[in-house]
Structures are given as C-alpha cells and as structure tokens.
Ligand binder design. Structure first.
Ligand SMILES: Nc1nc2c(c(=O)[nH]1)N[C@H]1C(S)=C(S)[C@@H](COP(=O)(O)OP(=O)(O)OC[C@H]3O[C@@H](n4cnc5c(=O)[nH]c(N)nc54)[C@H](O)[C@@H]3O)O[C@H]1N2
Ligand SMILES: Nc1nc2c(c(=O)[nH]1)N[C@H]1C(S)=C(S)[C@@H](COP(=O)(O)OP(=O)(O)OC[C@H]3O[C@@H](n4cnc5c(=O)[nH]c(N)nc54)[C@H](O)[C@@H]3O)O[C@H]1N2
Ligand code: SF4
Ligand SMILES: [Mo]
Length: 678
C-alpha cells in the first residue's frame, strides 16, 4: 500500500491525513501525527473521508441531455457545446447573461480559474459560491470593523485562552478538532466557557454560564453585554483610545439596552447576562467564537459588527489566544473567498470596483474591458436564471437544489434555466436539471491546495488517477477557456496556477509549492521569505483604527403567528455533510443517522400527543415536509430544529429566501412553521 499525505475534504479545521492506496483504490485514511491541527487525531468524518471516492455511482463520463434524457458524450462534444452556447448568449444578451457558481469543495487553484473564466474570458462578475450562504456576513462585518474578514487567531491558540464566548457554533459537531481543544482547555486549565445558543449543545455541559436566547435576537444580548460593561467601567479605555474610533456613538446606542430590556427581547435572565458580561470583560485572554447561528440572518452583518464592537470595547483583539474567531465551514471556503470566487472581488479581496485593480488584472491576464459592476450573488443568480436574465449557468461543486433556501422556488428556477452546466463528482439533485454534466475528479485524484479556517494554505495531493474519464476541475476549466479561444489558461499543473496567483495576490505572495511543504503557511504571507502570520491585527488593525459600528436590534423577517406558531431553525449534525452527497455514500456515517428528523421540546410534544420517532408534518408558508419527531429538551419550547442534510425531507422546502441587505446571506436560522401530528 502507498500512503499519501493530504488534507481532509470536510471541514475548515483542515486536518492533515494520510490516504492509503492499493491498486488504484483508496482503502483508508488515518491522521498525521505531525500536523499542527490534527496532531494524530481526526473526527469520524476524517477517518471515513475515503469511502465515497471509489463509490460505484461516481460520474465517470460527460453527459448531454437530449429529449429529456442524459446520454453519454465525449469530452470534445461537451466542451464544444458549452463554449458555443456561452459565446452565443454573451453575443446576443450581453456578458451578464452568464453566471458561475464556484465551489468551496474544490482547490484554491480551481477557484481562481473559475473566477478567471468568468471575468477574463466571459467579462462578467456573476461568480459566487457557498460562502454567500455561510460567512458572507463575516466577510462584510469584520472587513468594515477590523479591515479583514478572517479568523483572527490560530487553532493552536485555542489551547491557551482563558475564556471563550461561543455563540451560534455547535463546535464539537461542526469543528470537532477545535471543539476538543476547547474541552481540554476547560478540563485541564480551568478555562471558562460562556455559551449563548438557543439550543443546548455538547459544549453547554462544560459552560460556566449558559444563555439560551430566542432565535434571531443576537444584536440585543450583545448590546446588553456592552451596556453592562460600560455601566460597570469594565471597558479597556487605553485600548479604545489608542486603537479604535467611534466609541461615543457606541456608548450612546447601547445605553438603551438595559438588562431588563434585553431580557424582554431575548428571554435571557438579566442576572445571567450580567454574569456573562463580567466574565468576558475581566478575563485577559478571551476569545469570541462564532459561526452560522450569528451569520445566517437578515441581520447577519449587524450581528457580526456587534460582536466586533464587544471585542474592541474590552481590548480583546490583536493578541495571542485573544480575538474574534468565525469558524469557516467548508474545507476550502476560506480559500474560495481568498481567490476571488465572489461577486465583488478579485483574488486577495481586490475590489472589482477599483480601476487600479482592474487594470492590474487586465495586464496579468492579457485582456481588456474587465467589468466594473458588482455581480449577482448565489441566490440572486438562481432567481435570475429562473427569470431569463441569466441564460447560461455553470455550477461547479455545489448542490443548490438542496442547499439554497425555498426549494420550490429553486426548482422552478432550475427548470426554467435556458442552459445549465453542472460539474460534480456525483449526479446530484441539481445535476438532474442540467443540460450538460461534467465529471470532476475528487480531492484524492488531484493536486492543489486548500486554505483552512486559520488561513493555512496547505497541499492536497493526488493519490490515484481520476476515475473513468473524470478530469480534475482545473483541467476542465482550462479546456473550456481554450475552447472559447482564450490562450491565457493553458496550465499543465496546479503549481503553475499558484505561480500566477502569487504574482497577483499579495496575501498569497509567498505561497510557492515547495514552501508549502509539509503543512502549509498562514496568510498574509506576502513574500518568499515571509514565515506566515499566526494571528491578525497585532499592534494595529488591518484597516488602521478599528471602527465601532453600533447597530440597533431588528426583528427577523418572519415571525410566528397563530397558525405558524413555531420558530424553525436549521443546521447540521456531526455525522453528515450538507447535501449528503459524500457522507450518504459512507456506510459508517450513514448508519449513525440514516433518516431525517425534527427536534421538538418534550412539553410541546406532550401537548400535541406526539411520541418519539412518530412521523409529523412541518409546514411553512413555502412548503411542507414529513419526518420523524425527535423529542428532546435541547430546543426551547415553541421552537424546532431540522438538520438540512436530507433530500428525502429537505429543510429548505420550508426556509425563507429573505436576505441580509449587505451580505445577501439567507435567513436559514429563523422562519415560522407549524408542526402537526399526522
Ligand atoms: N458534521 C458537519 N460539520 C460541518 C458541516 C456539516 O455539514 N456537517 N458544515 C460545515 C460548514 S460549511 C459550516 S458553515 C459550519 C457550520 O457550523 P455551525 O455554525 O456550528 O453549525 P449550525 O448547525 O449551522 O449552527 C450552529 C449553531 O447555531 C445555533 N443557532 C441557531 N439559531 C441561532 C441564533 O439565532 N443565534 C445564535 N447565536 N445561534 C443560533 C444552533 O442552535 C447551532 O447550535 O460547519 C462546518 N462543519
Ligand atoms: N437550511 C439550511 N441550508 C443551508 C445551511 C443551513 O445552515 N441551513 N447552510 C448553508 C451553508 S453554510 C453552506 S456552506 C451550504 C453548502 O451548500 P453546498 O455547497 O451546495 O453543499 P455540498 O453538499 O457541500 O455541495 C458540494 C458539492 O460538491 C461536490 N463535490 C465534492 N468534491 C468535489 C470536487 O472535487 N469537484 C467537484 N466538481 N465537485 C465536488 C459534492 O458532490 C456536492 O454535490 O449550504 C447552505 N444551506
Ligand atoms: S475536524 Fe474537520 S478537518 Fe478534521 S477530520 Fe474532522 S471533518 Fe476533517
Ligand atoms: Mo458553510
């Protein structure tokens, strides 16, 4: 057997693991002992990250739809058809009649090439990816307050913090290797944990203070904590003076948010709010850790800005083990953002609206006329494709049929899309609507890099040849560009793509492949002799002074009423990954959680006469699903939680397509539903 060191395909922890290979088949995975994140451990998904690779239903050749049915096609045919169609749409209806969804499951090099294809070849900024559904609020909110939207600290620094304020992150399930560091820190070093989550999570057991708020009321409790801190004089005056601006406005706004007022909005008892505020403010090494419970709201950016305010108020940013840490979800969602697979920026967050940036990329790519208008975002692209404004849609490594909000709306849009290309490793629910399906190679079959949640850019290494006629995504994208007559994408290896990335992307300037051995480098890494950056905002913020951006509390878009009387929140579980295309094909994981379910509070269940595991119907204003009831005290009364992994009872049939006005992220965490016994 061969063993090949690579990076886990699942979460943003970015654990290092070895794949074992025998006669062209991946037979197993085990952890790297020397890797700075995994240190000899993996979670259950990492240990089982190999089985789907050799799944018998992998896509192994291109498919073209004719008379409603897919037929086998050659690569030449498929690529030629795409080039013809896309060029024709562009000529007839303009560049913005095309749109591209990139993928946080694919490599940095592939994301760079996808945005280059959209921008250099087709002259549109309609390119986006699942970060829009995920940490778009973070990118916008932290860029505005701190100047950088990334996690401020490194994963190993979690071991040294003395207080963690964790909100909207089910850390042990979703970022297990970070969760385990937090538990160790509490048990071995006496670190204190403050959990603010409407649902009880595994970490709640270890918490010094547990606050269970009403869903969608985060701005209120954060403002409340700041109110208490200022009232008791616990703010860091010297830090505020030296490193920030806008404190007077903040002080004025949070003046209203007395613990009594906050209790009314959030249901958090005022004594507990005060206790949490004191503990966070007086602990020197204190970290805020958050994820989707904060970002996936119509007030997502407000939530993020409020947490940033809290950290600046107490001087808790810019030091080791002290900062604001948005845990990035997908294995390479940090990288997909860094490399510019976003509607408004080139790689390295260089704005498309900036003439100097456009000129720089025009020169590097040998093109003219790069578009200056900000492109459409994920949910806007799907809606535009349904309405005929977007005619050619190219989706690589995303499954919006299951992952986008309001499934009935998405289905209608995909049905109406004039020409849809889907590039995936499996025939997904989204691919069913495609005109052309292209088989990509999995992470085990290609070289490249992923960038994890601590900004560590690390290698992905080819262990086997692509299955059947499948091709690495970077190669396919180059083939499409060449077929369209563009000669700036004739790459023969991802390391060459990285050389180009380095030359146009200052934060990746020093990331040459030989320097990424063995375990990668953390950006910013501007030059070939730079060692990388473990934590951000040392001495001063990326943007100079940190800016307080006080925000008032605003209600979620959809509230409960007499008919739709439960709040629904959606999310994930330890065993499964998003739309279950990979974990559903992994026997150990599938065995643990094979069926969809809804968590309901035991007293609500008793009132409705619902027994555990009985089937119930959950209905929102957009649709209904039937699934098992899981009776629990994890959720509070009159609220329920559904994991969105299951196509058989997709949570996104119910969710609302209401978005944050700045980040355009959907409100996956709050909508109104009714629950009925069948
Ligand atoms: N096993 C597994 N791990 C994963 C993934 C997966 O699919 N499976 N996906 C990855 C990805 S892409 C992401 S983005 C991350 C997401 O990781 P997380 O954000 O940790 O996961 P979620 O389950 O979406 O939601 C987290 C928490 O938000 C809470 N919450 C709900 N509503 C609110 C609210 O109004 N306010 C607050 N403060 N909290 C609220 C929920 O109760 C839940 O505990 O996980 C990554 N890791
Ligand atoms: N209700 C609800 N909905 C949500 C969320 C929620 O909390 N609640 N969370 C949102 C969040 S945070 C996220 S990140 C999104 C995720 O949404 P998606 O990104 O749509 O979900 P995935 O299932 O990860 O889709 C990845 C696809 O890539 C394919 N793939 C894997 N490897 C490769 C490869 O190497 N090449 C190619 N071409 N394809 C590959 C997989 O087969 C799969 O089809 O879901 C969002 N949707
Ligand atoms: S913690 Fe994340 S990166 Fe590490 S093994 Fe588990 S899924 Fe993979
Ligand atoms: Mo995500």
């Amino acid at each position: 057997m061969q063993k090949i060191l690579t990076t886990c395909i699942y979460c943003g922890c970015g654990c290092g693991l070895y794949l074992t290979e025998d006669k062209g088949i991946i037979t197993g995975a085990y952890p790297s002992i020397k890797h700075p994140v995994s240190k000899g451990a993996l979670c259950v998904k990492g240990w089982n990250s190999y089985e789907f690779v050799n799944s018998l239903d992998r896509l192994t050749h291109p498919l073209i739809k004719e008379n409603g049915k897919f037929r086998k096609a050659t690569w030449d045919e498929a690529i030629k058809l795409i080039a013809e169609k896309f060029k024709a749409f562009s000529a007839e209806s303009g560049a913005d009649s095309l749109a591209f969804l990139s993928s946080a499951k694919t490599t940095n090099e592939e994301n760079y090439l996808m945005m280059k294809l959209a921008r250099a070849v087709f002259k549109t900024n309609n390119v986006d990816h699942c970060a829009r559904l995920c940490h778009a609020s973070t990118v916008a909110g932290l860029a505005a307050t701190f100047g950088s939207g990334a996690m401020t600290n490194s994963i190993n620094e979690f071991q040294e913090a003395d207080c963690y304020l964790i909100t909207g992150s089910d850390t042990t399930s979703q970022h297990p290797l970070i969760g385990s560091r937090i538990i160790n820190s509490v048990l071995n070093r006496g670190a204190k944990l403050i959990i603010v989550d409407p649902r009880k999570i595994e970490l709640s057991k270890y918490a010094a203070v547990n606050l269970q708020q009403k869903n969608g009321t985060d701005v209120a409790w954060v403002n409340g904590m700041m109110h208490v801190i200022i009232k008791e004089g616990l703010q860091d005056e010297a830090y505020i003076q030296a490193r920030t601006e806008g404190f007077a406005e903040l002080k004025e706004l949070v003046g209203e948010y007395t613990p009594e007022y906050v209790e009314k909005i959030t249901t958090i008892p005022k004594e507990k709010l005060i206790e949490a505020a004191r503990l966070y403010a007086v602990t020197k090494k204190a970290m805020i850790v958050y994820s989707m419970g904060i970002t996936q709201h119509t007030t997502g950016v407000d939530n993020v800005k409020s947490l940033a305010n809290l950290a600046m108020l107490t001087g808790h940013v810019g030091f080791p083990s002290t900062g604001v840490n948005p845990l990035r979800g997908q294995n390479n969602v940090q990288g997909a953002c860094d490399l510019g697979a976003l509607a408004n920026v080139f790689s390295g967050y260089q704005k498309v609206t900036d003439a100097a940036a456009r000129e720089k990329f025009e020169k590097a790519w040998g093109v003219s006329g790069l578009p200056a208008n900000i492109g459409l975002t994920v949910t806007e692209i799907i809606t535009a494709a349904g309405g005929g404004k977007v005619k050619g849609l190219y989706i690589m490594g995303e499954n919006p049929m299951i992952s986008d909000p309001d499934q009935n709306h998405v289905r209608k849009c995909l049905e109406k899309t004039e020409f849809l290309v889907v590039q995936d490793i499996f025939l997904t629910d989204t691919a069913q609507y495609a005109d052309v399906i292209l088989p990509g190679a999995s992470y085990a079959e290609k070289d490249g890099t992923f960038t994890n949640t601590e900004r560590r850019c690390e290698r992905v290494r080819k262990a086997i040849e692509p299955l059947g006629e499948a091709k690495a995504d970077w190669r396919i994208l180059c083939d499409v560009a060449v077929a369209c007559g563009y000669n700036g994408m004739n790459f023969s290896h991802p390391s060459e793509v990285m050389e180009e990335i380095r030359s146009v992307t200052p934060i990746y300037g020093g990331m040459r492949y030989d320097r990424l051995e063995p375990h990668g480098l953390q950006w910013p890494c501007p030059t070939l002799d730079h060692p990388g950056t473990p934590y951000l905002h040392k001495d001063k913020f990326s943007k100079g002074k940190g800016t307080f951006m006080p925000r008032p509390f605003i209600e979620p878009r959809e509230n409960t009423d007499e008919e739709f009387n439960f709040i629904l929140s959606t999310g994930r579980i330890y065993w499964h990954w998003h739309t279950r295309t990979l974990t559903g094909r992994t026997s150990t994981l599938e065995r643990e959680a094979p069926v969809p379910y809804v968590e309901i509070h035991s007293e609500d269940a008793a009132e409705m006469g619902i027994k555990n595991k009985e089937k119930v119907r959950v209905t929102s204003r957009r649709g209904q699903i039937e699934l098992q009831a899981l009776i629990t005290d994890r959720v509070v009364r009159k609220s329920c939680f559904i994991p969105f992994h299951y196509r058989e009872a997709a949570a996104n049939v119910l969710t609302i397509n209401a978005i944050d006005p700045i980040a355009k992220i959907p409100e996956y965490k709050v909508c109104a539903v009714k629950v009925e016994k069948l």
